[in-house]
Structure formats: C-alpha cells, structure tokens
Design a protein around this ligand. Structure first.
Ligand SMILES: Cc1ncc(COP(=O)(O)O)c(C=O)c1O
Length: 354
C-alpha cells in the first residue's frame, strides 16, 4: 500500500513531479544537456537569491559534505554540533584524516554565538555547521553563528542546508557563505540522488591549493566542467528533469510564499504537539520543516503501525533523541490540507490507543 509521507526525507513526491521525469533519456555531453544544466543552475541562483557557483553531483547530500571537507581543508577544521548531523560533519572530517576541533552544544538547544566566542583555534581552515538540525528539530541562528565566526577567524564557513534550503529564508545573499550543501529528497520534494553545493570564489581559491582532494567529489574538477555547463560524471538525467521542473514550480509559487507556507505548516504541527505531547526543540528556534515531538509515554511502534495502516507515515526519533521522540516532516510540496489530514488521523489514533 502506498502511504502519504510526512517523513524527514525522502519526502512525498507529487505525481506531477514524478511525471516530469518520465521523459526520454539524453546524452550528457551535448547541447541539450548543457542547456538543461545551465537552466537548472540559473534557477537555483534565482530561488536562493545568490550569485555563487553551483555544482550538482549524483550523490546524496553527504557526498558534498565530504566533498567540501576533501576540497577545502588541508589539515584542520572546526565542526560545530548540536545534533546527529553536526556530529556527522565532524566525523567526515576525522575519517578523511583532518584534525577536527569539536565545539558541541546541547541537543534540543540552538547553537549560539556564546558557544563559539573566543574558542576557535587559530589554525582552523574551515568551520562546519548545520542550519536545520534534523535530529532535534532545531533551526540554528545562522546569521548569529556566521557573525561570531567572522569576528574571530578568516576560516571558510561551510553550512549544511539539507533540511532548510527551499523551505526557510536563510537570507543567503547577505550571509556570503563559502559552501552551502543540500540534496534533492528534502524540501525540494524530489526523489533522492542529487547533491548540490553552492560555493564562494574564496573556497575555490583555497581548494586549488589543497592536496589529495580525490576525484569524484572534488570541487576543482567540478568547476572545470561546470564552467562549460557540463557534469563531471554521468548525471542522473531524469532527476535533472525533475529538478528543473521543481525549480519552475517554486518560482511560480513564489519563494517567499513557499517559505510562508512552511511557516504555517510548522505552526499547525507545533500547535498539535504542544497540546498533545510536547516538543523537543527549545522555543524560539524550532524548525519549520521538521518537528521533533516528545513521546511522553506514547508507544511509537504501535502508533506508527496504526498510522501506516491508515496510509500515513511519519519518522522515528534519531540519534541521542531516538528513544524519547518521533519526527514529523512538513516540507516540500505538502499543503496545510495535507497537514490537517495527518493531524486528524493522529488524533483519531491517539484516542484509539487510550
Ligand atoms: C541536516 C542533514 N544533514 C545531512 C543529511 C544527510 O543527507 P543524505 O542522506 O542526503 O546524505 C541529512 C539527512 O537526513 C540531514 O537531515
């Protein structure tokens, strides 16, 4: 039975989007493909309101989290973390043989300037952090963190935008990040399989000097080809059709309208959660794409089973918060009507389980 997904990714992909990918294949070394990639990159810039270079890889988002570390860090980075995905970027650094200064905040709380104040070690070449921490449902204050890093250091600033890009106004033009990474299967509402990174000229200058960047996710290799509107390796062409379609859809909806819709969906889910069970993330820093809801004694296994039988799917808790929470994804192309349907079914299910 197919279920409606209120998951944290992959998320629900609507039939019109699936249909947009149902087209004949094209070879990726030719004018037709170049036009497609050129258009996609231009539309990404328009949606995000940036002028940066944009590279697209056949990978999940983690591919470019690693690609950034491999391409832009020679020896040492700092990883800020207040959840599983902040930890993951630290781990990627370590596993690639980099020294990683770890600065960790409390789970469920936002990362604040005070966590970093005076702490960044002098020889750190890049600082990584997550904008929307999917394990806790915290939207970190990106502007505040970026300002604090810049006060102390000239390190590159690399941000995981996996569950914020396309749903939350990060005000990217003013932030001037060195890298912003995201993937297709979250707020872009596409199937998984594409990683995207937007990079600054400063990062690319540094990358040209970094040794052992590898090949498959080396940003310098990407640039050589992207300058000619070409992919480095064979791209998932069908997903590129889908991405092109989704970007048009976002522009048609209006980017600010899309952000406002996410705000309204988040308000609905939060209202429900506060009434029923409670939220894990601190007030004032709650995500507009993922709500992490306290179980407070709810038998999630049974709840999940019943929801699935009714054709709905949410996500379990993750990482350290796994046993005390479950998660609802309210992002992508979902509407308030979809959210209301879910809330009604969850209400009904909780009554049944009393
Ligand atoms: C915030 C965040 N960063 C990174 C990832 C990893 O993305 P992927 O599975 O596309 O590699 C996820 C996946 O859930 C995420 O939510």
């Amino acid at each position: 039975m197919s279920r409606r997904l209120f998951t944290v990714g992959p998320v629900e992909v609507f039939p019109d989007t699936l249909n947009s990918m149902n087209r004949g294949m094209m070879v990726h070394r030719g004018k037709d493909y170049q036009d497609l990639q050129h258009g996609v990159v231009e539309k990404i810039r328009k949606v995000l309101d940036i002028d940066s270079e944009v590279y697209i890889a056949p990978a999940s988002a983690s591919g470019f989290l690693e690609g950034c570390v491999r391409s832009a860090v020679d020896t040492k980075m700092a990883g800020l973390s207040n959840g599983s995905f902040g930890d993951r970027w630290q781990l990627i650094g370590q596993e690639n043989g980099k020294q990683v200064q770890k600065i960790n905040g409390e789970w469920g709380k936002a990362l604040r300037a005070s966590h970093i104040a005076g702490k960044l070690e002098k020889d750190v070449e890049a600082v990584t952090f997550v904008s929307n921490e999917s394990s806790t449902g915290v939207l970190n204050p990106v502007r505040e963190i970026v300002d604090e890093i810049r006060m102390q250091s000239e390190a590159l600033i690399m941000v995981d935008g996996v569950t914020s890009v396309g749903a939350v106004d990060l005000k990217l033009r003013k932030l001037e990040l060195d890298a912003l990474v995201f993937g297709s299967q979250k707020a872009l509402a596409l199937p998984p399989g594409l990683a995207v990174v937007c990079v600054s000229p400063r990062l690319m200058e540094k990358a040209a000097k970094v040794k052992n960047r590898g090949y498959y996710l080396d940003l310098v290799q990407y640039k050589k080809l992207a300058d000619k509107d070409l992919p480095l390796t064979t791209p998932p062409v069908s997903l590129m059709y889908g991405l092109d379609y989704q970007l048009d859809k976002m522009l048609k909806e209006g980017v600010q309208n899309r952000y406002a819709r996410h705000q309204r969906m988040a308000d609905m889910v939060r209202g429900w959660a506060m009434k029923r069970l409670g939220l894990y993330a601190e007030d004032g820093f709650r995500s507009n794409t993922i709500s992490v809801i306290k179980l407070n004694g709810l038998d999630f296994k049974e709840f999940d089973k019943r929801l699935r039988q009714k054709g709905f799917e949410v996500s379990p808790g993750y990482g350290n918060a796994k046993d005390e929470t479950f998660r609802i994804g309210h992002m992508g192309d979902l509407t308030e009507k979809d959210i209301q349907d879910l809330l009604d079914v969850m209400d009904e299910t909780m009554e049944e389980m009393k």
